[in-house]
Design a protein. Structure first.
Length: 383
């Protein structure tokens, strides 16, 4: 059974337990919902005077709701209420409204959007919907980005707290309490909506919060970032995670894997070059590999063990190896020649354009370990 399925079953069991005990012990049964923090807090009830909330309840996602959510003049808390209403009529099943909304408004799927070109409100709308679509195993990337983009919004902070609580239910009240105690936040959400959130989250008061809900959420968000933006390889494994896709270094030869040679981590040059969009040419007579990457021309000569960039004097004594018909270079070459951020720890290799991970940082390593487990699981399926 997969870790994801274990997690989902565990959450369902916990929710069922809360419902069971709430029904038998005192007045708590009125506040118990047979669900989860992100779906059991009906904040839309505090906004029933807003016409578009009624529209969302009655007709679901459509042109009117899309226009309301994408408008730059709609207050953020009203957008949150409409999104909350959209999902309030569902049963306990996954949805895919984010993609439906994104295709309608932007003409492309959410994960294809350039976040840098979106407003903080747009990021929030996508983030809240992403979490609700698959609430038992939520995608926290966009809602975490929304929190970064709107650091002074109580609306965003509270929805983020609900979202991260999905990953650590026992920390639900701790997460909410931290938001309510933050005096730097602008109360851009109705008090009645806050009361609805607090009434539910108080069910978790007194629960022991392991590892800190916000910290665990940060780790989970980093895992999502790695899976989305990086190339992940592991020593001795032919399977990889390449910017969100599960693939093989070489579909025809499972022996093409990263490996250690005299203490140096060797990685397959062609595969990594292809992943970053570099053009690669081989000259078997000269034993040379020419790589055109952005404005750089890199020439790697296996016979001379040299690498030159843009016709500069070549760096000598570079370990270049042909193994199983593929050219391998030290991991540091990828970092130096391609200007990539690289992470190596206990056999796991992460290569990225922008993610900076430190093998001395405990949170970075915990995120990497989660990725490593997932990569190993992919390998076992392939075998």
């Amino acid at each position: 059974m997969s870790n994801s399925l274990h997690s989902r079953l565990g959450k369902l069991f916990l929710v069922a337990s809360i419902v069971f005990f709430g029904c038998f012990f005192g007045n708590k049964q009125e506040t118990v919902h047979a669900d989860s923090p992100i779906t059991s807090t009906a904040i839309y009830e505090a906004y029933l005077d807003v016409d578009m909330v009624t529209e969302a309840l009655k007709n679901g996602l459509g042109v009117k709701v899309n226009d309301f959510l994408s408008s730059g003049t709609t207050p953020l808390d009203q957008k949150a209420a409409v999104i909350n209403a959209l999902y309030s009529v569902q049963g306990w099943e996954d949805r895919d409204l984010t993609e439906e909304y994104s295709l309608s408004v932007y003409g492309k799927k959410a994960d294809s959007l350039d976040k840098a070109k979106l407003t903080p409100q747009e990021i929030f709308v996508l983030g809240y919907m992403k979490v609700l679509d698959h609430y038992l195993d939520p995608d926290l990337y966009w809602i975490t980005e929304a929190k970064k983009a709107s650091p002074d919004s109580m609306t965003v902070a509270l929805i983020h707290a609900l979202a991260v609580s999905q990953e650590s239910l026992m920390c639900s009240w701790n997460n909410t309490e931290a938001v309510l105690a933050d005096k730097s936040l602008k109360q851009d959400i109705r008090p009645e909506a806050i009361d609805i959130i607090v009434k539910y989250m108080e069910l978790y008061k007194g629960e022991r919060c392991q590892n800190g809900g916000q910290q665990q959420a940060a780790i989970n968000s980093l895992v999502d970032d790695i899976k989305r933006d990086a190339i992940v390889l592991s020593i001795g494994q032919g399977n990889v995670l390449a910017k969100g896709k599960q693939t093989m270094i070489d579909d025809t030869n499972s022996k093409i894997t990263p490996y250690l040679r005299k203490g140096t981590t060797m990685v397959p040059l062609r595969f990594i070059s292809d992943q970053f969009g570099a053009a690669v040419q081989f000259d078997s007579k000269k034993h040379e590999v020419t790589i055109q990457y952005r404005n750089h021309k890199i020439i790697i000569n296996e016979a001379d063990s040299t690498i030159s960039v843009n016709d500069r004097s070549p760096a000598k004594n570079t370990m270049i190896v042909t193994k199983n018909g593929r050219t391998f270079v030290p991991l540091r070459v990828i970092m130096d020649v391609f200007s990539k951020k690289t992470y190596y720890h206990r056999g796991l290799i992460i290569i990225s354009d922008k993610l900076v991970l430190n093998p001395l940082n405990a949170m970075d390593n915990e995120a990497a370990e989660k990725i490593k487990v997932e990569l190993a699981a992919i390998g076992s399926k392939i075998k």
